[in-house]
Design a binder for this molecule. Structure first.
Ligand SMILES: Cc1ncc(COP(=O)(O)O)c(C=O)c1O
Length: 386
């Protein structure tokens, strides 16, 4: 059975679990603490807090269920869920770096991640160099003797640039650094970075994994050793944990993740191809289409593509905003990964990125679960109107 097909079983199937009376969905353990009948049992559990159910800031069974399920899908040894993608990202970064360390990060990474690395952590003596992650020369040129972390986001989620995951992981290993990737775009369905040698993978669960635009969450996945280290420090000490209600919601949505991703992939490609033929798009950025300069790399390290993409346009920004106003099915809004299609119109070049292309307007489109035929007709009618 191929890997993609196998994801359907992994997402849908659980053995009958007698601990939960065979409940077909994991129950919501709505409790802060777990009590013991005997003091020796309590003392034993307190020795390894994260292996036992003692307190829900440490180990709640509903949250643990989701962690195990996502670890299986991403092919990771261990996982920890957090209150948001940013809680997962900041905790994972802090588990690797300390005062006097240096980080190399892709310049198109998610804005708050860049702010955390470039501004917030600099207060604590951690320096970050931002580079074009598609350039191997830039990775080589940026590292220093004190580089502890290479931070990747592949693809990036505004211009959809890729990094070569296998090369980055081997390079990091050769200099004694850890690799951490934001894998939110591809989801565990289309990219398993740990299998390509990456040390830690993070997701904003608020996107495709949650899938219903009803919750905020994050997850860190990796080896037992690295994830346990995060569990014992950042997870327990900063306390940015996922609630059991959120874990139960996400666990329900997870059943259909492979199915949704299959639909998103097909519709996303269809809509992107249509956009690529329009005069108002000067460059299309979709890693799943052969027109993307890193298409072959994408095919090597991903088994599919999701449905968030962008295009550059030389049309006046106000005209593009007016087009967005007239779209019926694409709502104007941040985020992505839910059932509903979305659009944003952005000016590039505002956060120090170089390159002339980055000074034009970039329109980011998210293709939801509606009919691609309706979405394409909507794009055309709105453009005609402006
Ligand atoms: C690529 C990417 N990573 C991480 C995040 C942060 O996730 P959250 O909003 O769940 O904190 C986002 C949110 O938009 C994102 O787009």
């Amino acid at each position: 059975m191929n890997k993609r097909e196998n994801q359907f079983t992994k997402a849908s199937f659980d053995p009958v679990d007698a601990r939960h009376h065979g409940a077909i969905h994991v129950p919501i353990y709505q409790n802060s603490l777990f009590a013991f009948e005997r003091y020796d049992q309590f003392e034993e559990a307190m020795k390894t807090l994260l292996d036992h159910h003692v307190y829900s800031r440490g180990n709640n069974p509903t949250v643990q269920y989701l962690e195990q399920k996502l670890a299986e899908l991403e092919e990771a040894e261990a996982a920890r869920c957090f209150a948001s993608g940013m809680a997962a990202i900041s905790s994972a970064i802090m588990s690797v770096v300390g005062q006097g360390d240096h980080v190399v990060c892709v310049d198109q990474a998610y804005g708050p991640t860049k702010a955390f690395l470039g501004t917030y952590l600099s207060r604590f003596g951690v320096e970050t160099t931002f580079i074009d992650g598609s350039s191997i020369e830039q990775w080589r040129g940026a590292v220093r003797p004190n580089t502890k972390l290479l931070y990747l986001e592949s693809p990036t989620t505004m211009l959809f640039e890729l990094q070569d995951l296998r090369w980055c992981s081997e390079f990091a290993r050769s200099i004694g650094a850890v690799t951490l990737i934001d894998n939110t775009w591809a989801t565990p369905c289309f990219q398993n970075p740990l299998q390509l040698g990456i040390d830690l993978s993070v997701h904003s669960i608020s996107k495709y994994i949650g899938g219903h635009s009803d919750c905020i969450g994050g997850i860190v996945l990796g080896s037992k050793e690295l994830v346990e280290r995060i569990g014992n420090t950042e997870y327990m000490l900063l306390g940015g944990i996922m609630t059991p209600q959120t874990a139960a919601l996400v666990s329900k949505g997870l059943r259909t993740l492979p199915l949704r991703m299959q639909r998103h992939e097909g519709s996303g490609l269809q809509v992107a191809e249509h956009i690529g033929k329009q005069g108002f798009a000067s460059r299309l950025n979709h890693p799943g289409l052969p027109s993307h300069p890193q298409y072959e790399l994408g095919r090597r390290q991903m088994s599919g593509s999701s449905s968030l993409f962008s295009f550059l346009s030389n049309e006046p920004t106000e005209r593009l905003k007016e087009w967005a106003n007239r779209l019926k099915y694409f709502k104007i809004g941040v985020s992505w990964g839910g059932f509903e299609s979305l659009v944003t119109v952005n000016r590039l070049g505002s956060d120090g990125d170089g390159g002339e292309e980055r000074t034009s307007t970039v329109v980011r489109m998210y293709v939801g679960l509606e009919s691609p035929t309706d979405l394409i007709a909507d794009i055309d009618q709105a453009w005609k109107a402006v």
